[in-house]
Design a protein around this ligand. Structure first.
Ligand code: BGC
Length: 271
């Protein structure tokens, strides 16, 4: 099967609004879906401290209004919203670093009526992984590609010949009685004051296990920590090539925007 390619400009899939909801910041951008780039840069607003879905919806409304007013020629754009939850058919089935009001809610329908536009809700790592596979470090790559986002938790996206297997929660793998993301996320490194050598040891243990279970052809490391990849990637010893993501902090918004446009245009939500 051929790897999925980015929509061509002028195909009706050229622009969309992408939102990435994190524990601290909510990022948003008007995304050019031909190139996979935020047209006017990435804006961000603080995530409401309550983490409640209604408070977050207020912030999304503000952010989307700002983005829409920057792009008057584009009509009422579809929005894709990436959240740190398992998402099945628009319903959040978990909530990492968010309030429990998300769990069990059809977030997609709720946001559609709250925001008055077509909305697609996806897992944040699935959004970032799709964007890396289509426009970034995994572009054109066949076979099994695993994108891991190292941040507050560990997000994971699995793509097979360019097609996403959604909700692949590999941050929750247990290794030695501990959840992987509570030992090897970027925030754990900071909070525990780990040296890069100590952190690389933890990543090595985690990635070896993942490699043994899934035999990926390529592992892409995303999240803010991908910018410091020279500190830990050379210390890893795996048979799988491991490379840094290339879209940096825009991967989530780009992938979310693509999901939003695909859903609005009646295509399968996932690539
Ligand atoms: C969540 C995932 C999410 C990841 C990154 C994990 O704790 O379970 O759904 O993708 O954090 O935010």
């Amino acid at each position: 099967m051929a790897a999925v390619s980015a929509p061509a400009a002028g195909s009706g899939l050229d622009f969309g609004i992408g939102i990435d909801v994190g524990g601290t910041w909510i990022k948003g951008a008007l995304v050019n879906l031909g190139s996979g780039t935020p047209a006017g840069g990435v804006r961000r607003l603080r995530t409401p401290s309550s983490g409640r879905v209604d408070d977050v919806a207020d912030t999304l409304d503000q952010l989307i209004s700002e983005l829409q007013s920057e792009s008057p020629g584009h009509g009422n754009l579809a929005a894709g919203v990436a959240i740190p939850s398992i998402v099945q058919r628009g319903v959040a089935l978990s909530a990492a670093n968010m309030d429990g009001s998300w769990v069990g809610l059809d977030v997609q329908s709720y946001l559609e009526s709250r925001l008055g536009r077509s909305v697609c809700v996806v897992n944040d790592a699935d959004a970032a992984g799709t964007a890396e596979a289509l426009y970034g470090a995994g572009k054109g790559q066949r076979g099994v590609v695993l994108v891991l986002t190292l941040g507050t938790g560990i997000g994971s996206a699995l793509l097979v010949d360019g097609r996403l297997v959604p909700n692949f929660e590999l941050g929750h793998l247990e290794i030695g009685g501990c959840k992987a993301e509570s030992r090897a996320s970027a925030v754990v490194r900071e909070n525990q004051g780990l040296t890069w050598v100590e952190y690389a040891d933890r990543l090595q243990q985690y990635l070896s296990h993942v490699e043994f279970l899934f035999s990926p052809d390529l592992i892409i490391i995303g999240g803010g920590i991908s910018a410091c990849s020279t500190e830990y990637l050379p210390r890893l010893s795996l048979r799988t090539p491991v490379i840094p993501a290339s879209l940096e902090n825009a991967a989530g918004v780009v992938g979310a925007a693509l999901a939003g446009r695909r859903l609005k245009d009646g295509q399968a939500q996932y690539v």
